[in-house]
Design a binder for this molecule. Structure first.
Ligand SMILES: [Zn+2]
Length: 353
């Protein structure tokens, strides 16, 4: 059987092609039809880049759909169930996978890209424990944001954020806004920065206490004013990519003495030169905390925790969904997501009918 999929081209865009559909190779695997896939900052960093190793690959890691078939040993989902599919998946064999820290698995990237991290296609197959049944009132589109929110929840867990903390979030994209919702739900006071006014306006609707357009105002000065000159307890850097050489130093200037900077935004591979005031950071014991994807927290999968928060209305995914495109229009979808300053894009959903 074949299926429609968007394959990466040599120029870093997509072409729609017919490829082999995935099969259920083990008794504990599930086959699902994908209904909605998201476009995240990580996907955008690969957009229109020449990356020979990704050519002809199926990309995308934010996905929700419908179960069509299950192996004989599967008990958690059945054909017809609506599901969100977790795309962070390790090899299951290493020391990190053994203790459910599979986001740190040395084989994470090859394992997930061969299996569940293939959203821009009609079908996906993977182990049953990566499939979470959706309640009826959570739509496929909302469910496609669960991956994003899980990244935020993992970062918040690493930060140790607690009630009454004063925090700053750099970047009001889907990750920054997810970080905002979680921080507000946890009782923190939140300052958030971006360069796009429409994104900041959305942040206000989602409960931001202070917004800063860093094109016009100095976020460091505003962070000081926000905290009686002390600096914030925690800064979440949620921009990543080419803005890091500006936003990471900025984050260390917004943090208070003894505060924390959580690095949520992503880097490109290889060496990235970023000048930091290392002496000041050391003397003020500012902790730099890198955060990578998500996995488990205590007894629970962070993806499952987010699904619960979303089901109970503690997170609002609907407000973040600004655009929808069919799989055939995936190139247009990426252009719109990339050009957020002009399009006002936050979360762009790719629907697969
Ligand atoms: Zn592993």
């Amino acid at each position: 059987m074949t299926m429609k999929a968007a394959l990466k081209t040599a120029g870093g865009t997509f072409e729609i092609a017919d490829v082999q559909s995935p099969k259920i190779p083990h008794a504990n695997w599930v086959l699902a039809r994908i209904r909605v896939a998201g476009i995240c900052g990580t996907d955008l960093r690969h957009w229109k880049k020449h990356e020979p190793e990704l050519e002809h690959h199926i990309m995308g890691h934010e996905l929700a759909g419908e179960v069509v078939d299950v192996g004989a040993a599967v008990t958690n989902v059945r054909p017809g169930d609506r599901v969100v599919i977790e795309s962070v998946m390790g090899d299951g064999d290493c020391e990190w996978c053994r203790v459910q820290q599979y986001n740190l698995c040395p084989n994470l990237y090859p394992v997930r890209t061969e299996c569940v991290s293939r959203a821009y296609a009609e079908y996906v197959a993977g182990p049953a424990d990566k499939f979470y049944k959706l309640p009826d009132h959570v739509s496929f589109e909302e469910a496609a944001l669960i991956d994003t929110f899980s990244v935020c929840l993992h970062a918040q867990h690493l930060s140790g954020l607690s009630i009454n903390d004063k925090i700053a979030i750099i970047g009001a994209g889907p990750i920054g806004l997810g970080q905002l919702m979680l921080a507000k739900a946890s009782g923190a006071d939140v300052l958030i920065t971006d360069v796009v006014d429409s994104a900041l306006q959305l942040a206000v609707e989602l409960g931001a206490d202070v917004i800063v357009n860093s094109k016009h105002d100095d976020p460091v000065a505003v962070a000081k004013a926000f905290t009686g000159d002390r600096g914030v307890d925690i800064v979440f850097e949620c921009c990543g990519g080419p803005s890091m050489p500006v936003t990471l130093p900025q984050a260390t200037q917004m943090a208070r003495r003894g505060g924390k900077v959580v690095i949520v935004g992503g880097f490109d591979a290889g060496v990235t030169e970023i000048g930091l005031e290392w002496q000041r950071i050391q003397m003020s014991e500012i902790q730099l905390i890198p955060s990578a994807s998500f996995s488990f927290h205590k007894l629970d999968a962070e993806q499952g925790m987010v699904l619960e928060l979303l089901s109970r209305g503690k997170l609002d995914a609907k407000k973040l969904i600004t655009h929808r495109f069919g799989l055939d229009q995936i190139n247009q979808a990426f252009d719109v997501a990339q050009d957020k300053e002009n399009t006002g894009a936050v979360f762009v959903a790719v629907t697969i009918e």
